[in-house]
Design a protein. Structure first.
Lengths: 207, 83
């Protein structure tokens, strides 16, 4: 595992080894490193602040309890993300117990990958919005996706897990990850086009 | 030439650069010929880039305080069990 470039910061495997011996300070350092990502992940999946906080706590408590089982073959981050995903999905299922969360729906055939909104974007759309506005636009767009697409997109394109890691974390097949990711990306592209398309291109004659 | 639908099915693999040379050539041929797919491809690529560049927000201070407290409590419970 590569050492971090920040001065004074322990290499992650060293932190994990220390935390495993019961060193709370080392474990807290791991918390500080990943708490924001776990919280963001939980918020995206559960779409609820209270649930996200519960997930955050449960994730790190479980990690603390099971640190001895962490073999170090995968990255600590991947391991903790998997715990976070499981906790989030449990919350989501509980909240929607009246309906089935379609996480195990059949593999998509790509039938609805048809794009409706096609327009060129501005050169640097992020410059037109403040950081806060941009974050809001992006978060709200993700939140409109169905859970099955949303979870895959969050893991692959926001938390940057590999296709295989995503499949494993969600307990779905690799082809299912791929087809859901494609649909999620295309749906988001379409939603963001409404914000980022070049002005004056409304009658863009591509069609 | 590939149809637009065939192109879109391969879009992810194309953007993630996991297609073989021959398919890549056919996808590139389609995208130079088809303005719609060019735009879809380009804006999808930008969509991915924008999300990848997004830094997570700082945790609300009270959320972090409660987290650290919960973990400290659990750690203390463990210690007292071991004694």
């Amino acid at each position: 595992m590569p050492a971090t470039t920040e001065a004074g910061v322990f290499d992650e495997s060293e932190l994990v080894a220390k935390a495993r011996t019961g060193d709370l300070e080392a474990f807290n350092a791991l918390i500080k490193r990943y708490e924001r990502k776990i919280y963001r992940l939980a918020k995206h999946i559960t779409q609820n602040d209270e649930d996200a906080e519960d997930v955050l706590q449960e994730t790190f408590l479980k990690a603390y309890e099971h640190l001895k089982d962490f073999q170090g073959q995968s990255k600590f981050y991947t391991w903790i993300v998997r715990i976070g995903v499981n906790e989030s999905l449990m919350k989501l299922r509980k909240r929607r117990s009246d309906r089935t969360v379609p996480l195990d729906e059949p593999v998509d055939t790509g039938e609805d990958t048809v794009a409706r909104e096609i327009a060129v974007w501005e050169e640097n759309p992020e410059q037109r919005y403040s950081r806060e506005e941009m974050g809001k636009i992006l978060d709200e767009a993700v939140d409109t996706l169905r859970p099955a697409f949303r979870t895959v997109f969050v893991l692959r394109d926001i938390e940057e897990l590999s296709t295989e890691e995503t499949a494993e974390a969600l307990n779905i097949s690799v082809p299912a990850v791929k087809s859901r990711l494609l649909r999620a990306r295309l749906q988001l592209r379409e939603k963001l086009t409404r914000f980022f398309k070049r002005k004056g291109d409304d009658v863009f004659a591509y069609l | 030439m590939l149809t637009c639908k065939e192109f879109l099915v391969e879009l992810n693999e194309y953007l993630d650069e996991t297609v073989d040379v021959e398919l890549r050539r056919r996808l590139e041929a389609h995208v130079t010929e088809c303005p719609n797919c060019f735009v879809i491809c380009d804006t999808t690529k930008k969509t991915i880039q924008i999300y990848k560049g997004m830094q997570p927000q700082v945790l609300p201070a009270d959320v972090e305080a409660r987290l650290l407290k919960a973990v400290a409590r659990r750690a203390a419970a463990h210690k007292s069990q071991q004694v």
